[in-house]
Design a binder for this molecule. Structure first.
Ligand SMILES: [Fe+2]
Length: 259
């Protein structure tokens, strides 16, 4: 599996607090089936994003990473003026693997009316927007039509793995299902911050997607789409979302249920 969003680098944001914790997180990722992991430190008003420092820490993590786990640079890019201006001048500082996809985080407190306009400027500079965890944003949970509009304009949505399992509460879980039901979720990522409360695991979400939707959807959201993103390739959305065989079975079983 390919995890495009995590905070594994030590001491630069609210993720791993030490190199030892970084190593434990890498082991969890590898042992749970992740083969490519994006380190995406915050770039916001609280945490400054220094690409040189990120590269230095990433090199140290790569040197100590378990076999079979590839680390890629990314950024948890908060939508704010300074970030946008710098990304337009230097897209590869922020994009996944220095290619074209940009993880985009919005404020929980306000959705700026010019959000789409700012995204268009980033897109004109060659970037593709992946909106992170809309299911955890209380404002976005009230704005499904806006999300539909954004997706129709080519923006992608990333759900948090533990939201699918109820880890961010019933509202985030229910809205995750709403987005999945409507084909508005393109990625699942861990957004890992530590080893216990928010570990770098996709395996449980993969299983949940397989059980509740289809193995095909799990493959697309946890493997195929994220791999395309870290390699800077377009997503193949020609037959997305794949048909979900399970609701039909549910209807039949309900129709013939004994009373
Ligand atoms: Fe994050």
């Amino acid at each position: 599996m390919v995890d495009i969003h995590s905070h594994i680098l030590p001491g630069i944001d609210d993720g791993a607090s030490s190199f030892e914790e970084t190593l434990r997180m890498l082991a969890i990722a590898r042992d749970s089936g992740t083969t490519v992991l994006v380190a995406s430190p915050h770039a916001d008003t609280q945490y400054r994003y220094d690409p040189g420092n990120v590269d230095r820490l990433l090199d140290q993590a790569r040197a100590a990473a378990p076999d079979g786990l590839r680390l890629v640079r990314g950024c948890d890019f908060h939508l704010m003026y300074d970030n946008v201006e710098d990304a337009i001048l230097n897209p590869t500082r922020y994009t996944l693997g220095g290619c074209s996809y940009l993880l985009m985080e919005l404020s929980d407190l306000v959705i700026f009316p010019n959000t789409g306009l700012l995204w268009s400027r980033l897109e004109e500079a060659g970037m593709k927007i992946i909106l992170t965890h809309p299911e955890r944003n209380p404002l976005l949970r009230q704005r499904l039509p806006l999300i539909e509009e954004w997706v129709s304009e080519g923006r992608c949505m990333q759900l948090t793995a533990s939201s699918l399992l109820g880890g961010f509460g019933p509202k985030a879980h229910a809205f995750s299902r709403t987005l999945l039901d409507r084909g508005l979720a393109h990625f699942v990522a861990s957004d890992a911050h530590d080893t216990k409360a928010r570990p770098p695991r996709l395996d449980l979400a993969f299983q949940w997607l397989s059980d509740n939707y289809s193995p095909r959807l799990a493959q697309l959201l946890c493997v195929d789409h994220p791999l395309a993103a870290v390699e800077g390739r377009p997503l193949d959305l020609s037959s997305f979302p794949p048909a979900n065989p399970r609701p039909a079975a549910g209807i039949w079983s309900r129709m013939f249920k004994r009373t």
